[in-house]
Design a protein around this ligand. Structure first.
Ligand code: FSO
Ligand code: SF4
Length: 542
């Protein structure tokens, strides 16, 4: 196996024996083969018109299939074997559509023709089509940068899709991007595609924002309880708000409470969910602490998406997955328009109530609509000098010790700085007492990683209010933490909006070759991080 798609890639270069995430050689190879098949679908679909009838099944398969391959989403080998075979059926449908719309490709690479009819040949085939099959390291780097951006798009598009919001233009782009990685494109052409991926990321995040807010209302300032009650509970994690809705509806009146974990915390900010009395609050921290927190929760846990870490035996029988998430030997709730969570509710009734691990409240709900309500106050504070800078500290959390940097950075920021956050990165500092500036909290949490869109909206609004020509003239500093591919699309989205001088840490991606990293540094001023003291001088005092 070879995988270098996340920040925890072994030795900062890539996992070759077993993933740091827990992905083994077989699963890594099956994922590579699935991606190969999906590229084949892209080859047929890239020129099929967006309004072609009959494309939805193919589009959704691509979105869903890619989503299963992002870091920490799915560790179920049977799922990948099934999806690889299903990809051949969908590729057949794609070929028919291409024929019907006179969009047949002139060349058919291996991914468009290879047939997965013999399971015993999957691993041998996979070994030929993985990341390292692109020999030139710069081309490999650019291709994978596009692919990881598309993985982020897939995750967000899937969430929007299940809420009924679909954009065939985005799907068309995904097919084009996947097909492009099979062609002999120059580094310049691929760099152009990287930016196009970013602008499609913006479109997808806007689509998801619309899907979420039209279904569940605009997030609003909310105090979230982090303590527990005495009833049995279900812990829901991941990013899927539709699952959140269904779970709350189905648990109502059953005597079972619901708590969020990690990236589901922002569900607490939505009016449609806050109305449920049995929705208690948030339990625990970000994804990588789940081994301890799932054990002490005592009740069943529903993983709606990543990030899953290999469950310990002590609580494995209490874990359920759904949607694109999966793990060998873990119970899976099947997809349907209205998922049936009765098994998990019955399971909860037999469990003890959660063990209290902390008490108190955290405050969040500062997505773009809520911040716009405070716009006058914010603008006045900037004009009076009460707010010196906004520091965007969005992105992901992760296991590495070096991420303590972000806690220290938040803690040591001068008191006239406001942090804008989104994603699970916030758990490094959302329980610090950072206070407020004239009633504006110094930590404004917009929500999940996909809600980084809100941060871009806020920046664009401030640019308009201050009548600036360039988004980079704003007093905003970007110090982003990344872990997996959704953070890659957030980064590319910001670049496509013209944001420069983003700091990315705790390390730069292993998949950036030295030359590609240089292009990003020269064109966009991308930089890493150093020490808190040093960065405080260069980012904040400068
Ligand atoms: Fe975190 Fe995991 Fe949301 Fe990621 S839970 S790391 S960027 O999957 O998606 O922020
Ligand atoms: Fe390694 Fe990350 Fe790939 Fe897992 S996803 S195998 S940790 S690079």
């Amino acid at each position: 196996m070879f995988c270098f798609q996340c920040q925890e890639a072994a030795k900062g270069t890539g996992c070759t024996v077993r993933g740091v995430c827990g992905k083994d050689d077989e699963i890594a190879k099956l994922q590579d083969l699935l991606m190969h098949m999906i590229k084949g679908i892209g080859v047929y679909m890239e020129n099929v018109p967006a309004d072609a009838s009959g494309r939805e099944k193919v589009d959704y398969f691509t979105i869903y299939g890619i989503f299963t391959t992002i870091t920490n989403a799915n560790f179920d080998r049977q799922v990948f074997k099934r999806l690889i075979k299903e990809a051949a059926e969908k590729r057949e449908m794609a070929a028919k559509l291409a024929e019907q719309y006179n969009a047949m490709p002139t060349e058919l690479p291996d991914c468009a023709t290879w047939q997965p009819d013999d399971e015993s040949k999957f691993l041998a085939k996979a070994a030929l089509v993985g990341v390292l099959s692109t020999e030139n390291e710069d081309i490999r780097s650019l291709r994978e940068l596009v692919i990881y951006g598309v993985k982020g798009i897939a995750a967000y598009a899937q969430h929007a899709w299940v809420l009924g919001h679909k954009d065939p233009e985005i799907s068309k782009f995904m097919h084009k991007a996947m097909a492009a990685t099979t062609k002999d494109l120059s580094a310049d052409e691929l760099t152009g595609l990287v930016l196009e991926t970013g602008s499609n990321g913006v479109k997808t995040m806007a689509l998801l924002d619309k899907a979420n807010t039209s279904a569940y209302g605009n997030p609003e300032i909310t105090k979230v309880n982090i303590g527990v009650r005495n009833n049995p509970g279900i812990l829901i994690s991941g990013h899927d708000l539709k699952d959140m809705e269904e779970l709350l509806k189905q648990t109502e009146g059953t005597g079972v409470d619901v708590y969020t974990h990690s990236e589901m915390l922002p569900a607490n900010y939505y009016p449609a969910f806050k109305k449920y009395d049995h929705f208690v609050g948030n339990y625990g921290n970000s994804w990588w602490k789940q081994d301890k927190e799932f054990a002490s929760f005592n009740g069943p846990i529903l993983m709606t998406t990543n990030c899953i870490t290999p469950p310990k035996d002590s609580y494995k029988d209490r874990v359920y997955t759904t949607g694109a998430a999966g793990f060998d030997g873990v119970k899976h709730i099947e997809d349907s328009a209205h998922k049936d969570f009765s098994a998990i509710i019955e399971h909860a009734k037999k469990c003890d109530s959660p063990e209290e691990i902390e008490t108190g409240e955290i405050v969040g709900g500062f997505a773009h609509h809520q911040v716009m309500q405070l716009a006058d106050k914010v603008v006045d504070a900037v004009k009076s000098g009460a707010i010196n800078k906004f520091v965007v500290m969005a992105g992901c959390d992760g296991r590495m010790k070096s991420r303590n940097y972000y806690t220290d950075f938040a803690d040591q920021l001068p008191e006239d700085n406001v942090i804008l956050t989104a994603g699970c990165a916030k758990y490094r500092y959302n329980k610090l007492d950072l206070g407020d500036i004239g009633g504006i909290p110094r930590l404004l949490d917009a929500g999940q990683c996909n809600d980084s869109y809100s941060l871009a909206m806020i920046a664009l609004k401030l640019k308009e209010v201050f009548e600036l020509e360039d988004i980079n003239e704003l007093p905003i500093v970007y110090n982003i933490a990344w872990y997996e591919q959704k953070a890659v699309i957030v980064l590319l989205a910001l670049l496509s909006l013209g944001v420069k001088n983003i700091h990315l840490g705790p390390t730069l991606p292993a998949f950036l070759s030295p030359n590609v990293a240089n292009v990003l540094i020269e064109k966009f001023g991308i930089g890493g991080i150093s020490t808190v003291e040093e960065d405080m001088k260069t980012m904040i005092s400068a």
